[in-house]
Design a protein around this ligand. Structure first.
Ligand code: UT7
Length: 328
């Protein structure tokens, strides 16, 4: 059987021009810039316009990633779009992005793993490249969360933002690329972050809309503790599996859920200050898009260079979590 190393060979990201600041939110719900900043680290988030939707941002990010990988859309075998906010329930956003890209030789599909979706996607694709089933894939995290947020619920509406990030994965030499990766879930925590209505369990009716059941509900405080423990534990496990210690890591890119969660994960792992990337002040929590946006920003600014050892870790609704160690 083929045993081909797989790695990220090009990245891109995109987000809406619209911005929602903490000052804007102060006019919508009972909150304050001071509360949002100290409890989350968020100062603003990007927000899609009414006529903008998830696949547009996913396509823009994927297009940039494919160009930077030196490939053409027709070279791509598989498009995996991680999203919790698809354009529509059917067809998949991955299929829509495939058409928008003109990736005529690719299959398109979605991964539904909330904020951990990007790690779910790269974990799946890594093994398909490793076994020779495919050569090039694009894994996208794309979200328009602001359309699922209840702007009367101050516990959620201050957190989430919109955007997309994409990575092209392909064959890389021995010792490079994804060295260890793992995904996990525990559906018993279903109600810590969920959307009660709009599926087969509770279809959309006038009553569910009146009760605002089509919006995300979150028990933020309970999630917080599980998030820190899960991300720190899986990170340590993946580092050990890859044969490295936390001191070997050049940069940690955690899912941008909350600055306090990021700080707590870093302290639990014992990562040196300055090695943990954060862009939450500008983007808020963009769920599956947060890691690829952050990683691409690090590549653009030179924080990630050829040969950097990178640790990714995510946690999200489901609950789901994952960790990846890669040599860029
Ligand atoms: O993306 C992955 C999944 N999501 C997460 O991992 C999110 C994890 N959780 C969090 O980020 C935090 O729990 C939040 C930022 C959501 C909330 O912060 P917290 O420190 O856990 O606050 P809390 O929910 O314990 O609420 C503390 C107080 C409450 O008031 P009382 O009951 O103490 O009077 C809330 O009603 O803060 C109040 N509150 C607010 N006040 C002003 C909640 N939201 C707001 C707000 N502005 N936006």
């Amino acid at each position: 059987m083929t045993n081909q190393n797989a790695g990220i060979i090009g990245m891109g990201h995109a987000y809406p021009e619209g911005i929602l600041t903490n000052a804007d939110l102060e006019k919508i719900v009972e909150t304050s810039d001071e509360w949002i900043t100290t409890r989350t680290g968020i100062k603003q988030r990007h927000k899609a316009a009414d006529n903008e939707y998830t696949s547009q941002f996913g396509t823009a990010a994927a297009k940039q990633a494919i160009e930077r990988a030196g490939l053409k859309p027709e070279d791509i075998d598989l498009i995996v779009c991680a999203t919790t906010t698809p354009d529509q329930i059917m067809p998949s956003t991955g299929a829509l992005i495939q058409a928008q890209l003109g990736a005529v030789n690719a299959a398109g599909m979605d991964v539904f793993a909330a904020c951990s979706g990007f790690i779910y996607g790269i974990t799946m694709v890594e093994s398909m490249i490793r076994t020779g089933q495919i050569k090039y894939a694009v894994v996208i995290g794309a979200e328009v969360l602001t359309k699922y947020v209840d702007y009367t619920d101050r516990g959620t509406c201050v957190i989430f933002g919109d955007g997309a990030g994409a990575a092209v994965l392909g064959p890389v030499p021995e010792g490079k690329g994804i060295l260890a990766t793992k995904i996990k879930s525990d559906g018993r925590y279903e109600e810590q972050l969920y959307c009660p209505a709009g599926g087969t369990k509770l279809g959309t009716t006038h009553a569910t809309i009146d009760d605002r059941m089509h919006y995300f509900k979150m028990k933020g405080n309970e999630l917080f503790k599980v998030a820190v423990r899960s991300m720190a534990d899986i990170s340590a496990e993946m580092l050990e599996k890859a044969g490295y210690s936390v001191d070997d890591v050049d940069i940690v890119i955690p899912h941008q859920a909350n600055q306090r969660i990021t700080d707590a994960v870093a302290s639990r792992l014992g990562v040196a200050e300055g090695k943990v990337y954060s862009n939450i002040a500008e983007h808020g929590n963009t769920s599956s898009a947060s890691i690829p946006i952050a990683m691409d920003e690090c590549i653009e600014s030179g924080k990630i260079k050829e040969g950097s050892l990178v640790l990714l870790t995510a946690f999200g609704g489901g609950v789901t979590w994952g960790g990846t160690v890669l040599r860029f």
